[in-house]
Write a protein that binds this ligand. Sequence first.
Ligand SMILES: Cc1cc2nc3c(=O)[nH]c(=O)nc-3n(C[C@H](O)[C@H](O)[C@H](O)COP(=O)(O)O)c2cc1C
Length: 214
Amino acid sequence: MDNIQLSKLRKEYKRHTLSESSIDHNPFLQFKFWFEEAIIYENPEANAMALATVGIDNKPSVRMVLLKDFDNNGFVFYTNYQSKKSRQILQNPNAAILFFWQKLERQVRVEGEIIKVSAEASDAYFSERPDASKISAIISEQSQVIENRQFIEDLKNKAEKEYKNKAIKRPSTWGGYRLKPVLFEFWQGRPDRLHDRIQYRKVRNTWKIERLAP
Ligand SMILES: Cc1cc2nc3c(=O)[nH]c(=O)nc-3n(C[C@H](O)[C@H](O)[C@H](O)COP(=O)(O)O)c2cc1C
């Protein structure tokens, strides 16, 4: 790039620290603490996360999705079950998610296997969505090639008429997934690129806590 000198872009990370004595021994609780801070300090989508999946061809693919629920069972997001990501998850359930909370100079990596959430849980979340989002979920064959913008606008207008004053049910092609973690890494930016990195690795049924070189 001619007018942007990327090699000169340099930011020092000096806001916070992360140490073995300050973390919670349960990675889900540690995530909760950081996530609560991110909700306060990140503007406005602290729940945006990159989701990496790899299909049968071993070629990785990454895209943003929104975290919609999490507890000790894992991290839940919603999507189209026939999208590219869903095809890859079907071929290979191993996946990774990544949060980057810039203002806090933090990154959280989570790796594990993905399973579908129950139809009841997907129904419950779908029912909370605004009608316009419900209609979009119904009409959009996510990740398929379409002719042009008008194609999807036409489908939307048609569906709006069809569903006017009617309850909109979740289509079977749309629902939730849960990533069940086997690895967490909490990264806190520190001065001079000597960052703090603490990982939690699931060994049998316990979490082994280790510090990684920056
Ligand atoms: C901030 C942000 C949040 C997003 N959240 C979602 C989401 O929760 N679910 C979803 O299916 N797509 C979401 N998207 C769109 C995806 O990044 C992606 O375009 C879409 O899911 C198709 O991905 P795929 O072709 O790899 O399946 C989001 C995009 C951005 C930028």
